[in-house]
Design a protein around this ligand. Structure first.
Ligand code: SAM
Length: 253
């Protein structure tokens, strides 16, 4: 089944049938396992280094942090960053439908989590498993007016927004509108995003400029993301790994 709202670089493997499965087991078997999708270890490492100390101090004041996972799919990167789970722990949690029913590790911070994605089924799973508290289903490239208003309110209220292996799917204008909404928030706010290499480098450059126009740069790292699929190896001869640049930014004060 194809998810017609999902747009990808033609040289990158498409995984949209996996994103609309009813549970994350195909995501675990065909992406995490088959492609050695280790990126969440590095998303977590960046979160722990650049966001967690601030977030712990802020959450200790008693008010839950508003946490948004934009295009978060079944919630693997929320599990890594907020629940503190590594690649092995997420694979073990998602080893079968029964074990995936609830998230295996509690949150490390008092937070209210909003999951946003085009996939109804991924969001329904994330909410039922206790990864997301609230969900917004939307094609982020063309949300209707009511949904756009809900998304923008959620981003303005967010203290932490993550969007990983995801911005590559969005049109430049959609990225700009979403980042405008996050930038408008009145409270302190951190953003964790990542950029895949070697796919769609011009689009990634445009997204980086959009971010730097709106936010303070905090820090970054380079890491492995996952192995290239056979199709991708044909498209990029001599390369084995898809790589990541992970960036953390914050709202200007
Ligand atoms: C690779 S997954 C990201 C999962 C996780 N954040 C990670 O880093 O592994 C990409 C997600 O983007 C979503 N997506 C793609 N196009 C979208 C669109 N136009 N609007 C909303 N979500 C979209 C897909 O449904 C999928 O859940």
């Amino acid at each position: 089944m194809s998810n017609s709202g999902v747009k990808t670089d033609e040289k990158k493997q498409h995984f949209d049938d996996i994103y609309v499965a009813e549970n994350p087991v195909p995501f675990k078997e065909r992406i995490l396992d088959a492609l050695t999708y280790v990126s969440d270890n590095f998303n977590r490492q960046s979160f722990d280094r650049l966001i967690l100390p601030w977030a712990e101090a802020k959450a200790a004041k008693g008010t839950p942090l508003n946490f948004v996972d934009l295009a978060g799919c079944f919630g693997n990167t929320t599990m890594a960053t907020l629940n503190g789970m590594d690649y092995e722990a997420i694979r073990d949690n998602w080893k079968d439908a029964a074990s995936a029913r609830t998230v295996a590790q509690p949150r490390r911070l008092n937070a209210h989590v909003t999951g946003i994605d085009i996939s109804h089924s991924a969001l329904a799973y994330g909410q039922s498993a206790g990864i997301y508290d609230e969900v917004i289903q939307a094609d982020l490239n063309q949300p209707d007016a009511d949904t756009r208003a809900r998304i923008e309110a959620s981003l303005r209220a967010a203290n932490i927004m993550i969007s990983t292996a995801a911005l590559v799917y969005l049109e430049p204008q959609a990225v700009a509108s979403l980042m405008d909404a996050f930038a408008e928030g009145g409270d302190e706010g951190y953003l964790l995003v990542n950029f895949l290499n070697p796919f769609a480098l011009e689009a990634a450059d445009a997204t980086k400029r959009t971010l730097l126009e709106r936010f303070e740069f905090v820090g970054s790292m380079a890491s492995r993301h996952r192995m290239m699929s056979p199709i991708e190896r044909e498209n990029y001869p001599g390369e084995e790994w898809v790589l990541l640049e992970i960036w953390v930014l914050r709202r200007r004060r």
